[in-house]
Design a binder for this molecule. Structure first.
Ligand SMILES: C[S@@+](CC[C@H](N)C(=O)[O-])C[C@H]1O[C@@H](n2cnc3c(N)ncnc32)[C@H](O)[C@@H]1O
Length: 557
């Protein structure tokens, strides 16, 4: 490997737990400029680096009357980071754009846009300054906030916590000599749409690998993801085509994973499936979807992540989810969900793979087959008719669930129409088990379900508990994903097996034709919409010739 400029580095105590000494700055290409590159293999789940960052808000910038004032503001922020940090900051290249001045010139080139406490802000870390965006990144960025400290060193918990540190973690094995990339935003849609979004919101044309040379597989995956995300929010998908929604989610998750996308886009889909399950009172499936989502988010965002905390609170108390229990089509219990989480090979049941698009097959209707029978049938489960399971549902469900069960009409279930509508009062009583499961799930956090109140002044998010030994966590998640989506992880799939699959498909298609069936087709994509979420960078010319760069990357979705 050549031309690696030594890293600027921070004198962070956590440094020894990270791969900071094994990365360096290097010129990537003219369209992107410099970037951070690995010097040796960085295993998935490792912390690449964790560092303190300087930040300013858009408000502070806009309050400045001149470029000189902006420079004074930035100088004070940078000096506050300590003399060593200050010295290293001044060693970063300057954009020399529009005579911004020393501080604004460096800030302009290296800051990263985020949303902090709901306001636009820009952050700058000595290593982060060199990390570029990619639509399929190999790392994630998480933030750790802290309460401001009083003169006596005590935290002022009545004040809003502010960003103190960022953590960049590898979401996949990063070989030596590969660029370290993070998502400035969660890219979706086809290349042209992504390009437009990057330019309008972040002021640069994305030249990441997936944009520079768009491949049909990635384009397909990001396009499908974009359309499905929108589709999952539509009332008709939730209400009338739940089985189709689940099945599409399973397919898109597999696609994303097969392209190496292992970030918040995956848990976002699971979370939406959880909402649909909750809407139909299917507590069991909701728990499974939310459980998958929060476990992955715990690694991606850390236990302080906004999205993580929200999903976890719903996992603990699904009845608090918006729209929970509007119909009873999927009525199921916590126990059924727990059983499913414990057993391998439950994909068929969770995503209702064999169901008709309009159907909602209750968990209680699935019967697990023995290995021998499953191999012969080529399927793990059979679905028994509703009549035979009705009494079982009633007896399985707790007292609160019995009410819903008796409201349910079989005729309605057969017709696929939404039946009895009721609104739950949000009582978590029947979900104690779910809570326990969550507690046992190695969360190691004192998080308490918010139960509808937003005040969650949590423990001091000291960096030590976020980045000391995260190595194995992501690997565990990857292993689970690998079990669920083996196709998505078979990067080295042999040509032979691919050929075999092709042959099989051909045969199947022929069989269908013979039987007079049309080959199965994916539902046509419906919406064409950029739809990407917030996260903006812009350089505004303020009055008095003051170039103001305000920015935002929102880490919460
Ligand atoms: C934090 S800096 C990253 C380091 C920077 N490339 C450098 O040369 O110092 C962010 C800036 O890098 C550039 N950049 C980052 N990701 C990019 C991408 N995928 N395509 C093109 N430019 C990118 C943009 O100009 C962005 O404002």
């Amino acid at each position: 490997m050549t031309d690696l400029v030594p890293l600027f580095g921070s004198d962070d105590k956590q440094r020894k737990f990270t791969f900071e000494q094994f990365v360096g700055r290097r010129f990537i290409k003219p369209e992107v400029g410099m970037g951070l590159v690995s010097k040796k293999l960085i295993p998935a789940g490792s912390v690449v680096f964790a560092e303190t960052v300087a930040w300013t808000t858009e408000e502070e910038h806009l309050a400045c009357q001149s470029m000189k004032e902006v420079n004074v503001l930035l100088a004070s922020k940078v000096k506050a980071m300590g003399p060593e940090w200050f010295r290293k900051f001044l060693n970063l290249p300057n954009s020399h754009k529009d005579d911004l001045g020393v501080f604004a010139g460096i800030w302009d080139l290296h800051q990263m846009p985020i949303v902090m406490n709901g306001k636009r802000a820009g952050i700058l870390g000595l290593n982060l300054a060199s990390v570029n965006h990619a639509c399929i990144p190999n790392c994630t960025l998480t933030t750790v906030s802290q309460y401001p400290k009083a003169e006596d060193g005590n935290e002022m918990k009545d004040k809003k916590p502010t960003l103190e540190r960022i953590i960049v973690r590898a979401t996949q094995n990063i070989p030596a000599n590969a660029e370290i990339t993070i998502p400035y935003w969660y890219a979706k849609g086809q290349h042209k749409a992504r390009e437009l979004f990057g330019w309008t919101e972040f002021n640069f044309f994305c030249s990441c690998q997936s944009c520079a040379k768009p491949s049909p597989t990635v384009e397909d995956a990001l396009d499908m993801y974009n359309k499905l995300e929108l589709k999952l929010c539509r009332p008709e998908s939730v209400e009338k085509r739940p089985a189709m929604a689940f099945r599409s989610a399973q397919e898109v998750v597999a696609k994303l994973l097969s392209c190496g996308i292992r970030d918040a886009r995956v848990p976002m889909l699971w979370f939406k499936c959880g909402l649909i399950a909750g809407y139909h009172s299917d507590v069991g499936r909701a728990l499974c979807f939310l459980g998958k989502a929060y476990k992955m988010l715990e690694i991606l965002e850390g236990t302080e992540g906004v999205f993580y905390k929200q999903i976890l609170s719903w996992y603990m108390t699904p009845s608090l989810m918006p729209g929970f229990g509007v119909t009873t089509r999927g009525l199921s219990t916590v126990k059924e969900g727990e059983e499913m989480l414990e057993k391998p090979g439950t994909k068929e049941v969770l995503y209702m793979i064999a169901a008709e698009p309009r159907e909602y097959v209750r968990l209680s209707r699935y019967r697990r087959l023995s290995d021998a029978i499953a191999i012969v049938r080529g399927s793990r489960y059979i679905v028994v008719p509703e009549e035979r399971t009705k009494s079982k549902v009633v007896s399985k469900a707790g007292p609160s669930n019995q009410r819903h069960s008796s409201d349910f009409s079989l005729e309605q279930a057969k017709s696929g129409a939404p039946e009895t509508v009721y609104r739950s009062n949000g009582g978590p009583s029947s979900l104690e088990k779910g809570k326990e499961a969550a507690k046992n799930n190695a969360l190691n956090t004192k998080f308490q379900a918010s139960k509808g109140n937003n005040q969650t002044p949590i423990r001091n998010p000291s960096s030590s508990d976020t980045c000391t030994d995260p190595e194995l966590d992501l690997l565990d998640v990857c292993l689970e994903l690998k079990m669920e989506f083996p196709e998505a992880f078979s990067e080295g799939q042999s040509k032979k097996s691919k050929k075999k699959k092709k042959k099989k498909k051909k045969k199947k298609g022929k069989k269908n034709m013979d039987k007079g069936k049309a080959p199965q087709q994916e539902e046509a994509p419906v919406v064409k919409d950029l739809g990407a979420k917030k996260k903006v960078v812009m350089v505004k010319r303020g009055e008095g010739g003051c170039a103001r760069r305000s920015s935002l990357i929102s880490l919460d979705l």
